[in-house]
Design a protein around this ligand. Structure first.
Ligand code: BES
Ligand code: MN
Ligand code: ZN
Length: 499
């Protein structure tokens, strides 16, 4: 996918050359200066006249009209070198990739040296470039009969650098592409409609990953869940004609099965709310209620590719949450896998129920650290909006590591508290150990605190991605629809643990 070259020259024949430009654009240096000279100073003149912009997130396409063998040049403006953020940098580069795709070019050269700068060192730029390539070119083709003409793939990307670090840069670009494609994998799962992506289908996707990467796979069916006593997951599934699935993937990167990270995902393939039925407007979109499961599977893909020296057990609890004469009801009392009893006050607080059994099951499989990822509450959207994932923990040391991974991945999160009083509220049932819906006040916290009851003393982090798993605004990295959020962060966390 990425090849390297050390120098640009006017004889290099390309469909397109991408170069970066930091403010102030003139005087030019590097490849762009060489192009400028070969093109009778046209480039520097266009910068002077403002036709080529050096402002952040601006891209300009110019034709070389035979002056050099490169047919087109796309100039990416980044603004000031010491002001550009990774987010803006990635968006700007994504805009350039989009442009190349729009032009239906399958080959491009990129002057990596000019993309890097004070805030984005060269090695980092290479990795981010690989990621942006994947994220910006992602499409979910959908099911339209008269589909738009198939996009042309950018198959050949030549990275130019005079740094003498070509091998490392190529490796980094490849690494970034692996993280990006893990994210894209998660996005596709989330975008799939709920009649197609059932729990059974989710298990098939997990099986594919297991075959591809030699993970150990276990998929529990309903009878096995009944025998084990997974009463919480079974209750949510009770009204459905679609069988549930408890999916376990094990990756052993160490010689012994110890020091295990458990990645737990909420895999509700459709959430109607059950008898605590959602209003019609809030039900639309609930096919994305398996975003946590998708993030975990996306991360497992990255882990399968990178094979870090770390043990991982991924656990996904999957079912839909629907209504029928057999469905579970508010006022039911159920017994979870842990033995803890739960009074169901709201069948729409189903995520925490399936997570309860998944967290317990991850512990039974030896998890020493737990991260659960879930589109758990509308409350977290009210609290933090659509840009920040809500994060909760029972262990600040472990949280630090998760936050570090989130920063590296560009997937921001913000901590919300769980206090002793919050725990009292989830324990506040008169007839059972726990209550699944203690009221609207702080209900993102209630969801988290409930799941925390099952983590017990194991270091645990809960990620509520209800606001971040789907994006409303579109940028060059994310069209509307699934973001695949947390696939990168989870994989990064595992990689960080291994080093
Ligand atoms: N899947 C929803 C949360 C959700 C809401 C995800 C909006 C994405 C967008 C979850 O199962 C749910 O229904 N939560 C309830 C909890 C309440 C009943 C305590 C909520 O947030 O209202
Ligand atoms: Mn719900
Ligand atoms: Zn839900």
């Amino acid at each position: 996918m990425f090849s390297m070259q050390t120098q640009w020259n006017r004889e290099m024949s390309n469909e397109c050359l991408i170069v970066g430009l930091h403010k102030p654009g003139n005087p030019l240096s590097g490849v762009l200066a060489a192009c400028d000279e070969a093109m009778d100073q046209h480039i520097s003149q266009l910068i002077k006249s403002g036709d080529i912009s050096d402002s952040k997130k601006s891209i300009t396409l110019i034709h070389t009209l035979g002056k050099v063998m490169t047919k087109r040049i796309i100039v990416i403006g980044f603004g000031r070198e010491n002001q550009v953020t990774e987010e803006d940098w990635k968006e700007a580069l994504g805009m350039a990739f989009r442009k190349v795709k729009e032009l239906r070019l399958n080959q491009v050269s990129i002057d990596l040296d000019s993309l890097a700068g004070a805030n984005i060192p060269l090695e980092r730029a290479a990795q981010l470039l690989g990621e942006v390539y994947m994220l910006s070119l992602y499409t979910f083709d959908g099911y339209k009969q008269n589909n738009i003409k198939a996009p042309v793939e950018i198959k050949e990307i030549t990275l130019l650098s005079e740094s003498g670090k070509t091998a490392l840069l190529q490796e980094n670009a490849h690494l970034g592409a692996i993280y990006g494609s893990g994210t894209n994998y998660a996005r596709t799962l989330v975008n799939l409609p709920p009649n197609i992506l059932t729990a059974t289908k989710m298990a098939e996707y997990a099986k594919e990953l297991a075959n591809q990467y030699q993970f150990e796979l276990e998929v529990l069916n309903k009878e096995e869940m009944e025998r084990l006593g997974m009463g919480a997951l079974l209750a949510v599934n009770q009204g459905s004609v679609e069988p549930p699935a408890m999916i376990v993937l094990k990756y052993q990167g160490k010689s012994e099965w110890k020091d295990v990270i458990g990645l737990v995902g909420k895999g509700i393939t459709y959430d109607t709310g059950g008898y605590s039925l959602k209003p019609r407007e809030s039900m639309v979109g609930m096919k994305t209620d398996m975003g946590g499961a998708a993030a975990v599977l996306g991360a497992m893909r990255v882990i399968g590719e990178l094979k870090p020296e770390q043990n991982v057990v991924a656990v996904i609890a999957s079912t839909d949450n629907v209504v029928s004469a057999e469905a579970f009801k508010p006022d039911d009392v159920i017994v979870s896998l842990s033995g803890k009893t739960i009074e169901v006050l709201n069948t729409d607080a189903e995520g925490r129920l399936v997570l309860a059994d998944a967290v317990t099951y991850a512990k039974q499989h030896g998890a020493d650290y737990l991260v659960d990822v879930a589109t758990l509450t509308g409350g977290v959207i009210v609290a933090l909006g659509n840009e920040m994932t809500g994060v909760f923990t029972n262990n600040d040391e472990f949280l630090k590591k998760v936050k570090r991974a989130s920063e590296k991945s560009g997937e921001p999160m913000w901590q919300l508290p769980i206090t002793a009083k919050d725990r009292e509220r989830v324990r506040g049932s008169k007839i059972a150990d726990l209550n699944n819906s203690p009221g609207r006040e702080g209900h993102a916290i209630m969801g988290a605190a409930f799941v925390g009851e099952f983590a017990e003393n194991t270091p645990w982090v809960h990620l509520d991605i209800a606001g971040t798993s789907v994006s409303k605004k579109s940028s060059s990295l994310h069209t509307h629809g699934a973001t695949g959020v947390m696939a990168k962060t989870l994989a990064q966390l595992v990689v960080d643990f291994s080093s």
